[in-house]
Design a protein around this ligand. Structure first.
Ligand code: WT7
Length: 664
């Protein structure tokens, strides 16, 4: 660090409130603070403005139908098509403008620009192909693809013909793919041959095929996008139901498919996310409410304008990529960027090189990435011209004030507001964050709820807690982007999100409260600091993993009798997986078993869930009623003082485990 940097950091370290930069406010999409009051007074009609961002085939009759909570319906009676909203309607004015700027990992030669015209053509051809393969309205099409352009093309093609998509993150394992295809009864898969990671070609079809072997029903068609360059490919014979993406598209060259008019409440997509049980939850999002929500928040919070080149570094395999790489930005007719690779290849300045080359106007990323950038050092961003940036965003987990300030200073040059956006797969889009042209920023705090979003921090009895005290984050009123149910499981939908704070026998919407399972506190200005999950879900690099899911993978390994998984603090990932394992009688607590456990987890879920540490223990700390004391295991993982352990049935075990953790 230079002396200037040190001085600057010292100055910022003192500051805990930041005003929106003047240069930003001058041009911001939303600048009137009155919007908060206006939305409150005019709720739920305030959401008509969000619906107005879309083109409707037929108008809706009612903004909100809340007659059957928690099965809320939005913009009822209206119909529209998401792909027409993301493509067709922009053709006249923006047909020659870039819709997607795709950046391949290995070299510049790979990069592809898709204008709206071109993307529209690709999507039409693939929509025709899918239809030809028998995909009909409401058939779930699974996509198991990395960050290659065929992914958004396939998503939009599905949307065009009214087939919901279910995208499975490419880093997930074969088993995870099979579980999700089985849960959705999905008979179609779009995948790819491979992709590039840190310069090397990676075989993806092998993993897809292995997953397909675990699917319990017939799979009609498997479409394989061929991303690997000549010579880099792996040897695969296509099965009878497998066909190349390009071949299908060329068979339908020049095809035009009329966008199917979908009811506002028709499912646009499913997204599986981890919960407290081993079974992933199929979050259902709709065409009207979801699209309105992702478009409105993209405009109000990310400040997206059509002439922008907006860059979100998330993966489309997660909800962030759905809402804020694909649907929100394209609905607004802007240029959205997609980067295939990792931020440190070929060097640690790759993102900054991309920002400079494409003159990106916004950057939306995750705290885990920001912490890595910080560790790598400011010389990487400093060596590039980042002055095109106007706004910075973060999502996925709490960001500590130091990382926030580093981002603000080193990436934004103190000229860009930072929006710390709290939301979830289930909320469809942002819920709690500052409106960047209106509100002051407080590093470490996400901000107030968005206008029209009714968040309260409550205690166990559902009573609001006073400012400064920790409580549970709740959403007291429905919002258009909300999940509608868990696919084919209304019961679990109620159990997971509503039962805690609602009177579930009531049909008065006032009695229904949504519980996202996060802890939080609020300050005197109404700013919310999210403290993290309060369920058995951990957050690794901004991705949600269920501890039960990991535990069941571990007990599946031969020689393991019992396992408990918790999240321990990690400098870059936020949290990392700590696995406490009891072996079966006679099994050796050795390196071979440790490896088998790690592989077991990678096979069941994916490398993202790979345990940071596997700790063999003769017993797990349990309460007298037999519940595993996870909090205690977390404290042990973090090397913290444990306080009173007298409520344990087996207090001695604690010191045994502690000794093992410090050995490892
Ligand atoms: C969970 C949702 C939202 C897309 C990415 C993750 C945590 C998310 C923040 C934030 C503190 C955050 C919460 C939430 N989270 N954003 N700005 N500050 N925590 O989506 O996998 O559905 O996870 O991520 O715990 O419940 P997800």
């Amino acid at each position: 660090m230079s002396d200037d940097d040190v001085q600057l950091e010292a100055r910022l370290a003192e500051q805990d409130v930041f005003e929106p930069p003047e240069s930003f406010v001058e041009q911001a999409n939303v600048t009137d603070e009155g919007i908060y009051e206006e939305f409150e007074e005019n709720w739920p009609e305030c959401w008509e403005g969000a619906a107005d961002l879309l083109d409707w085939d037929s108008d809706y009759d009612q903004v909100l139908d809340d007659s059957n909570p928690p099965f809320y319906e939005w913009f009822t009676g209206g119909s529209l098509n998401a792909s027409a909203n993301c493509l067709d309607r922009h053709l006249d004015e923006r047909g020659d403008e870039a819709a997607i700027e795709w950046v391949g990992e290995p070299t510049d030669e790979d990069d592809i620009t898709y204008t709206y015209e071109e993307l529209h053509r690709e999507v039409n051809e693939f929509a025709a192909a899918l239809r030809d393969q028998g995909v009909g309205e409401d058939d779930v099409v699974t996509m198991y693809m990395p960050m290659i352009p065929q992914l958004p093309i396939a998503m939009l093609a599905c949307a065009r013909i009214g087939a919901p998509h279910s995208v499975v993150f490419a880093g997930f394992s074969a088993d995870a793919l099979a579980t999700r295809m089985n849960a959705a009864d999905s008979e179609y898969l779009v995948t790819c041959d491979g992709y590039y990671r840190r310069g090397d070609p990676l075989d993806h079809l092998d993993k897809a095929n292995e997953g397909l072997a675990g699917v319990d029903h017939d799979v009609e068609t498997v479409v394989v996008a061929e991303r690997l360059r000549e010579g880099d490919g792996f040897d695969h014979d296509y099965a009878d139901n497998q066909v190349a993406f390009d071949d299908l598209q060329s068979e339908h060259a020049g095809a035009s498919v009329d966008p199917v008019s979908r009811d506002a409440e028709d499912m646009l997509f499913l997204m599986y996310t981890s919960g407290t049980t081993g079974e992933p939850k199929g979050v259902k999002h709709t065409t009207g409410g979801y699209l309105a929500w992702s478009a409105w928040t993209s405009q109000a919070v990310l400040d997206i304008k059509p002439e922008d080149t907006y860059f979100c570094s998330a993966d489309i395999g997660w909800i962030t990529g759905h809402s804020y790489i694909v649907y929100g930005p394209l609905a607004l007719g802007t240029t959205t960027m997609m980067y295939e690779g990792t931020p440190d290849y070929p060097d640690k300045d790759r993102l900054w090189e991309i920002v400079e080359e494409y003159e990106a106007t916004q950057l939306y990323t995750a705290p885990t990435a920001i912490r890595a950038f910080m560790r790598w050092g400011s010389e990487y961003p400093d060596s590039h011209d980042l002055s095109s940036l106007r706004l910075l965003g973060t999502v996925g987990e709490p960001i500590n004030p130091r990382a926030w300030k580093w981002y603000y200073q080193n990436i934004g040059d103190e000229e860009c507001p930072v929006v710390d956006t709290w939301w979830q797969t289930e909320t469809g889009g942002m819920m709690v964050t500052t409106l960047p042209g209106v509100k002051d920023m407080k590093p470490g705090s996400a901000g107030p709820p968005l206008p029209g979003v009714d968040v309260q921090i409550v205690d166990v009895d559902g009573e609001e807690v006073e400012a400064g005290r920790a409580g549970y984050l709740t959403v007291q009123k429905p919002w258009p982007g909300m999940l509608r149910t868990l696919y084919k499981n209304d019961e679990r939908f109620i159990d997971e999100y509503w039962r805690e704070y609602s009177d579930v026998d009531s049909d008065d919407p006032e009695d229904w409260v949504y519980f996202p399972e996060d802890g939080a506190k609020i300050d005197d200005d109404g700013y919310i600091t999210v403290l993290g999950r309060v369920d058995d879900v951990i957050n690794v690099s901004g991705h949600r993993l269920g501890t039960m899911e990991i535990e069941s993978a571990i007990v599946g390994v031969e020689g393991v009798a019992e396992a408990a998984v918790v999240g321990g603090d990690h400098e870059i990932k936020g949290e990392a997986v700590y696995a406490y394992v009891i072996t079966e009688d006679g099994a050796d607590e050795d390196e071979a078993l440790r490896q088998a456990i790690i592989e077991g987890v990678e096979d069941a879920i994916g490398p993202i869930a790979r345990p940071e540490a596997v700790i063999f223990t003769p017993e797990l700390p349990k309460t007298r009623s037999g519940k595993i004391m996870r909090r205690l295991l977390e404290d042990i993982a973090n090397g913290e003082d444990l306080g009173d352990t007298s409520t344990l049935r087996n207090p001695d075990v604690v010191s045994d485990i502690q000794a093992k953790v410090s050995d490892d």
